[in-house]
Design a protein around this ligand. Structure first.
Ligand SMILES: Cc1ncc(COP(=O)(O)O)c(C=O)c1O
Length: 391
């Protein structure tokens, strides 16, 4: 070997492997053994982006004015479409100039925001199990992630009364996520109000992740955090076009809320990235301005899939709450198993990829997560395979 030894910075040396990269590795090994895999591991919509959105991209991509650097905060026309969507969808007013920012997918904004508000030693409150980016983003900014356990006993919502006073004093930021990944639980406005009161008492910024707000069942629309009284005094809400419009590959999201918080995120971003390709933002305008018929068909498909999986799994005796939103079924592992051993059992014996619950944080131990981003025939087959192998 020539050259000098390369040493990774502590911040990445101490990271566990990104959860889905580890699962992908397990999956690839099974495929190499010739196993017919049913992938219920990752929440990436399998359906295509609606044609009208693709057409708008095609036209916009040919416009030379979009071939230059975009504006850092996003095109005002896109941010105005976001504000109009918020008004239509949630009856909330937002100033597109100061209260809305365009993101390269909501993951980018979630990953960057602690850098705007967290100094070394500050605490970031994160739901656990939860989207793995929250604690990692906190630690990249030098902060300490403090887990708020989501347990069956507390209805899978953070118990704010259980947060020790010294932690609350050091906390500068709190992530919340409804509809939730991985539990699919929806927080109601009363919970958001309690969180807002807590945040006001301790001067904590709330960052609510609403990436799944448009994926819901039985006609029950989840509320926005910003609908709760006082929300805009304490925080912002992250949104994404990824799941709503089958656009995960496009990388387009946004955040809405208190102007100073949006400005802090904007300051970090303007020093690190150069915004979203404007043709993609144009296509995003078509998505946001579309009427509900664009996504209604989608919800019917997801609901059918959910019903097939839920009925099948209940029938064979697995324990879980029926999800009312998002793509996920959060399942208790049968007695005698851990998250890891049940995941391995399903993969080795039935060729089914699932996600071990402890990968979302230690309070997720004892659970696995299954997704419905696979056709209903395959979901039915997954149930049949599990029935056959038992546990
Ligand atoms: C809870 C949650 N938030 C945010 C994201 C990021 O979505 P995107 O960056 O595609 O907007 C995901 C992706 O799976 C997620 O599960």
């Amino acid at each position: 070997m020539s050259g000098f030894p390369i040493t990774y910075a502590t911040r990445i040396r101490t990271l566990p492997p990104y959860l889905f990269a580890a699962i992908d590795d397990m999956k690839q090994k099974a495929i190499a053994r010739g196993v017919d895999i049913i992938n219920l591991g990752i929440g990436d919509p399998d359906l295509p982006t609606p044609p009208s959105i693709i057409e708008r991209l095609k036209q916009a991509a040919a416009n030379p004015k979009h071939h230059q650097y975009p504006s850092y905060d996003g095109m005002l026309s896109f941010r105005t479409a976001v504000a109009d969507w918020y008004k239509r969808r949630f009856h909330i007013e937002a100033d597109p100039k100061s209260e809305v920012i365009t993101l390269i997918g909501s993951k980018e904004g979630i990953g960057h925001i602690p850098m705007a508000f967290i100094d070394p030693g500050d605490v970031v409150l994160v739901p656990s199990p939860g989207y793995p980016v929250y604690p990692v983003a906190a630690s990249f900014a030098g902060g300490l992630a403090y887990e708020m356990p989501l347990t069956k006993q507390n209805g899978f919502l953070p118990d704010l009364n259980a947060i020790p006073v010294d932690i609350a004093k050091k906390a500068k930021l709190m992530f919340l996520n409804s509809p939730n990944n991985p539990t699919s639980v929806i927080a109601d406005t009363a919970f958001f109000k309690r969180a807002i009161d807590f945040a006001k008492a301790h001067h904590i910024i709330i960052c609510h992740d609403a990436a799944y707000s448009e994926i819901f069942y039985d006609g029950k629309r989840p509320p926005s955090f910003l609908e709760a009284e006082g929300a805009k005094d304490v925080g912002i809400e992250f949104h994404s076009l990824s799941k709503t419009f089958n656009m995960t590959g496009w990388r387009l999201g946004f955040a809405v809320g208190r102007a100073e918080v949006i400005a802090g995120l904007g300051k970090v971003k303007s020093n690190l990235d150069s915004g979203v390709f404007q043709a993609i933002q144009e296509a995003g305008i078509t998505a946001l301005e579309s009427d509900e018929s664009l996504t209604d068909g989608l919800l019917t498909i997801y609901q059918e899939r959910r019903d097939v999986l839920v009925a099948g799994l209940k029938n064979i005796g697995l324990q879980f709450e029926t999800p009312s939103a998002a793509f996920y079924v959060w399942i208790e592992v049968p007695k005698g198993y851990t998250s890891a051993s049940f995941t391995a059992h399903l993969l080795e014996k039935a060729g089914i990829v699932t996600t071990p619950g402890n990968g979302f944080g230690s309070p997720g131990e004892g659970y696995i997560r299954m997704t419905i981003t696979t056709g209903k025939d395959r979901l039915g087959e997954a149930v049949d395979r599990i029935k056959k192998i038992g546990w």
